[in-house]
Ligand binder design. Structure first.
Ligand code: FAD
Length: 412
């Protein structure tokens, strides 16, 4: 009788925590490929990268916690194969770990650049604490940094490098950074923020090649498809992440850009669950499967996984949520506005966009489907309630900062 959790990130560490908190009294094993105690990743592109947050602050639990809670934490152990028939996980040394329940929390890994020169020295990606250490040291030494990719991590790294005083160019494939997530009305907010801080934005730009410095093994520049050469002594590839599904796929579990699980986080084979970045979970509120690559999801899905193992019927219904910090801008986003702008037909702004103190709402059929508060605090729960209520709202009341958000829903 035991639960084996594969993956010692936030989702894995919270899973073992919720199992114990829920009264699971049998053996709990946590197989963690990294040699670090399980940690949270958001600081790696923010305070930790900038040298303001200590390493320990990223830890999910301190060192003593695992022993105190009788969790058999195996650092530096990679699960290599699942034998679902025998209910065993085989690690890379061939040791078998028998399970009554298996939780996959293998997370995701950065996509790599596939252009010529992508393996030159001075081309870095960011996922782990070690990556963040390497990146911080490289930023310290660098003069010109090129960040490839205008997603959240690319923007946060660009902000860190600018804050450190480096020349920074940001290469973005689309018309604007984040335009697929935020849409054309809202994405300029972040583009303007970075321009004001002196980032050289290269839009609708494709990387053709990374060129070595003087024919050596270190990167010297980024050649764009239009022939522009951006000088660089540090290139950061921030081109998204892919779920780590190899184990699940080889074991024959249903995988579709993530391990497909139901609202109780149960995968396609009995006794197997998945949580966090790797899980594509059925979301009852949206009536579809979603894979959410954000901290909040890895933080909260484990309670549902533990409940399922403990025989409680507690589907995962929490709305997607994420946050970012860049320069002096902090924002939170809750809800889901569909893929590529297909999930909304109206955008409403409340507050002062010029001062970057605002709330943006995405609506579909006059119902709020997502909201983002920027440098405005203590409103995220109200936005969440608006989305959850599915209330038809008056866009003028929504835009009017004098009307409290709970009142907007009541007036509907
Ligand atoms: P992971 O954190 O990826 O952990 C999975 C772990 O499993 C890894 O340690 C991996 O080594 C291990 N593993 C994989 N395969 C095996 C195996 N076969 N055997 C054993 N172990 C294995 N989200 C936000 O909402 N806001 C932010 O500001 C934010 N900032 C971020 C900044 C950075 C730099 C990064 C990388 C991510 C950020 N995120 C942010 C996303 C957030 O960190 C992730 O959603 C979260 O880490 C997912 O947790 P997880 O436990 O599912 O996966």
């Amino acid at each position: 009788m035991s639960v084996v959790v594969v993956g010692g990130g936030l989702a894995g560490a919270r899973t073992v925590e919720h199992l114990r908190a829920g009264g699971y009294g049998e053996r709990v094993v946590l197989l963690a490929q990294e040699t670090e105690l399980p940690y949270e990743r958001p600081p790696l592109s923010k305070g930790y990268l900038q040298g303001t947050d200590p390493r320990e602050r990223a830890r999910v639990h301190d060192e003593g916690w695992y022993a105190e809670h009788d969790v058999d934490l195996r650092l530096g152990v990679t699960a290599a194969q699942l034998d679902l028939g025998a209910q065993d996980v085989l690690d890379a040394d061939g040791t078998r770990h028998g399970f009554e329940h298996l939780v996959l929390a293998t997370g995701s890994e950065p996509r790599r650049l596939t252009v010529p020169g992508a393996d030159l020295d001075g081309v870095l990606a960011l996922r782990t604490l070690d990556d963040s250490d390497r990146l911080r040291a490289a930023i310290d030494r660098a003069t010109r940094v090129v960040v490839v990719g205008g997603g959240w991590i690319g923007l946060e790294v660009a902000a860190a490098a600018r804050t450190a005083g480096r020349h920074v160019a940001l290469v973005v494939r689309g018309a604007l950074p984040l335009d697929r997530v935020l849409g054309p009305q809202t994405a300029p907010l972040f583009a303007d923020l970075h321009r004001e801080h002196g980032v050289d934005l290269r839009l609708r730009a494709d990387v053709a090649e990374l060129v070595p410095d003087g024919g050596g093994s270190r990167v010297g520049g980024v050649l764009l498809a239009d022939g522009t050469l951006l000088e660089a002594d540090l290139v950061v590839a921030a081109v998204g992440a892919a779920p780590r599904v190899g184990l699940a796929e080889r074991a024959g579990l249903t995988v579709q850009d993530g391990v497909v699980v139901d609202q109780h986080l149960r995968a396609s084979a009995p006794h197997v669950l998945a949580v966090g970045d790797v899980a594509r979970a059925h979301h009852p509120f949206y009536g579809t499967h979603l894979r959410v690559e954000h901290w909040d999801n890895a933080q909260h899905q484990p309670a549902t996984a533990a409940a399922t193992i403990l025989g409680r019927d507690e589907p995962y219904t929490r709305l997607p949520y994420f946050y970012t910090d860049q320069y002096d801008l902090g924002m939170e986003y809750v809800g889901w506005a569909g893929h590529d702008g297909r999930g909304y037909d109206e955008v409403v702004v409340r507050g002062d966009a010029a001062a970057r103190e605002l709330v943006v709402f995405w609506l579909h059929g006059r119902r709020v489907v997502a909201g983002m508060n920027v440098n405005v605090w203590d409103v995220n729960d109200d936005i969440r309630a608006l989305v959850t209520s599915r209330a038809v709202v008056d866009p003028r009341a929504l835009a009017d900062a004098q009307v409290p958000l709970p009142e907007v829903a009541r007036r509907a």
